[in-house]
Write a new protein. Structure first.
Length: 318
């Protein structure tokens, strides 16, 4: 299925150096923001208390935040969860030591929060629906497990592409995909958005999503090398990208519509998950097409790596 068909190949590789300069600058900025500003890690990674509260009537979030801040909860985070009457309150546990000693303190903390909220709004009393307590040790395990998951995904992608195509394509694709990951994390560092487990899941999803686009383009490159022997490697890559543009627009467009629906209608619980996916999809298109392909070209991809020379038949000895 195609929306349109471009008859003349677009010379993308003519501007490959410009595209990669943009990528390098963006990558350096993202790394600088991560190093200088750091990530605003959620309770899952730092340890703390998570409270899900519901009200009979929609409350004023700013008033609740101010009230809790005045009652010795300066770093409290308050956001809507689900409906307008439901709130998610996050409290870091600064005094949580060992895993076993953190739970009683967290229970007392949640009770103190409920006492403050009940006193602040007697006409609209809150109800505690859920309380979760994450110790500092569990938070460290979440962070280390997340980093390990990212490493395993990267290794799996490299091995898959190296076996399916060629090592040059594997290196090009993984550089492009890690470029997407660093840029997503850089956005979260720059704007100090909360980096939570759902955001980490979105980053892992973007890795798999971006490599799919790279596989489509590289598959067309291999096919073009075998069918059109008169084209140079640069012309082959231009043809592969041009011939997959319609498919790229259909695939990424439909995916982005779904992600935007989560961003607009999914509420606070899915907000940053959808933001991470949106950034990943936009930069994934760019990197898979205009970063991975030039790198593969500069690494020396050629027809000889995909087309085996025909063996001359030996004359039968009479």
């Amino acid at each position: 299925m195609e929306f349109f068909h471009i008859r003349k190949d677009i010379p993308f590789m003519r501007h490959a150096l410009k595209f990669n300069i943009i990528s390098v600058v963006t990558f350096i900025l993202a790394v600088a923001f991560i190093a200088l500003r750091g990530l605003n890690l959620s309770v899952e990674f730092t340890g703390g208390t998570l409270l899900e509260i519901s009200y009979p009537q929609p409350p004023n979030i700013d008033a609740i935040h101010t009230t809790l801040a005045e009652q010795q909860f300066p770093e409290v985070q308050v956001q809507r969860f689900g409906t307008a009457s439901q709130l998610l309150i996050r409290l870091p546990n600064h005094d949580a030591g060992a895993e076993g000693s953190s739970t009683p303190d967290a229970h007392q903390l949640s009770q103190r929060v409920m006492d403050v909220l009940n006193a602040a709004s007697p006409d609209n009393p809150p109800t505690l629906n859920r309380a979760e307590f994450v110790g500092s040790q569990v938070g460290k395990e979440f962070a280390s497990d997340g980093a390990m998951a990212l490493l395993v995904v990267v290794i799996g992608i490299v091995l898959y592409l190296a076996m399916r195509f060629e090592w040059r394509f594997a290196i090009a694709a993984i550089i492009a995909n890690l470029h997407d990951v660093i840029i997503i994390v850089g956005f979260f560092a720059f704007f100090q958005w909360e980096f939570s487990l759902p955001v980490l899941a979105a980053v892992l999803a973007v890795l798999g999503y971006s490599v799919n686009e790279s596989v489509v383009v590289f598959d067309r490159v291999r096919e073009t090398f075998r069918r059109q022997r008169h084209l140079t490697p640069e012309q082959v890559i231009n043809h592969a990208i041009t011939s997959t543009i319609s498919r790229t627009i259909i695939t990424h467009g439909s995916t982005q519509v779904m992600v935007l629906s989560m961003l607009i209608f999914g509420g606070e619980a899915l907000h940053y998950f959808a933001v991470a996916l949106t950034i990943g999809i936009c930069f994934g298109i760019y990197s898979s097409v205009l970063v991975a392909s030039p790198i593969a070209l500069w690494l020396g991809v050629s027809r000889a790596q995909f087309v085996q020379p025909k063996k001359e038949k030996e004359e039968a000895v009479v």
